[in-house]
Design a binder for this molecule. Structure first.
Ligand code: SAM
Length: 256
């Protein structure tokens, strides 16, 4: 396995060591992730052997493993894997140290591959395409890849709206690389057929536009009561008209 570490890898190792609360290690916005689970978990079935890419501290693995036969969950940050083993243990799952760019310790192909917010941690479009080709190899014919990633498309539309109402622009995290959805489409099309999509447009509109407008951008915080109400509302009403405002997009892809 290639063991060269980037600033991004060091960032995740350091979060594994420094963030006390298991729920916040992988993503600060805990309500966002609950909505993501609603979508991802609806595709999981009890007979499945699942591969979870970039599992971080294992918080999501703990959810996924309750719904399927087995999960192999891997991450490139060694300290994430150590923390996952300590915090959640291995039951019908393994926590594995591996790299999506050159996987060597996995036991594929799998019925279902889940990749949430991992491609954005790679260095650029070429690495993202390489990762997708590797995930295609690791997913069984007729199996599914659930890809939930941030794209420039959503950030751009959300920022246009923020600018129109006088809010400062959102800056994607400096460790992340966002591509346009259309940049990855040809690589996805080589091995997969797109079956369904999902988005968090209503949640992003409510928490990233309405909320800062009401309380002031400097007062809008993650995991507040307001965010929780927004997540309740976004769960009940998330029309596709809001999809362009979604920072992350979910793609459910069938392996050919
Ligand atoms: C934003 S976190 C997402 C964690 C989890 N998927 C979630 O949604 O909560 C990104 C994770 O991807 C991992 N990662 C980054 N580059 C990777 C690579 N090349 N191979 C495997 N994992 C990687 C990071 O170490 C980090 O734990």
């Amino acid at each position: 396995m290639n063991t060269k570490k980037t600033t991004t890898d060091l960032h995740w190792n350091s979060r594994a060591a420094s963030v006390a609360n298991d729920v916040e290690v992988n993503l600060m916005d805990i309500f966002q992730r609950e909505i993501e689970y609603d979508y991802v978990c609806r595709y999981l079935e009890p007979h499945m052997r699942v591969l979870e890419v970039g599992c971080g501290n294992g918080f999501s693995t703990d959810r996924f493993r309750a719904l399927v036969e087995h999960v192999d969950a891997f991450d490139y940050a060694e300290q994430m894997i150590e923390r996952a083993r300590t915090a959640f243990g291995e039951t019908n799952n393994r926590f594995i140290h591996d790299n999506v760019l050159s996987p060597s310790a996995l036991d594929g192909p799998y019925d279902c591959t889940i990749c949430v917010r991992v491609l954005i941690n790679l260095a650029g479009l070429d690495e993202q395409k390489r990762a997708i080709s590797n995930l295609a190899e690791l997913t069984k014919p007729n199996g599914i890849l659930i890809l939930a990633e941030g794209f420039t498309d959503g950030f751009g539309s959300l920022n246009d709206l923020r600018a129109a109402v006088g809010l400062p622009l959102l800056e994607p995290a400096s460790i992340n690389f966002y591509s346009a959805m259309s940049d990855l489409q040809p690589t996805l099309d080589e091995a997969f057929t797109l079956e369904e999509t999902f988005h968090l447009g209503a949640y992003d509109y409510l928490t990233r536009v309405l909320y800062p407008l009401v309380v002031g951008p400097e007062n809008a915080k993650h995991n507040s009561n307001f965010s929780e109400r927004c997540s309740d509302l976004a769960r009940a009403f998330n029309p596709d008209d809001f999809a362009p405002l979604s920072r992350m997009r979910g793609l459910v892809l069938r392996r050919r």
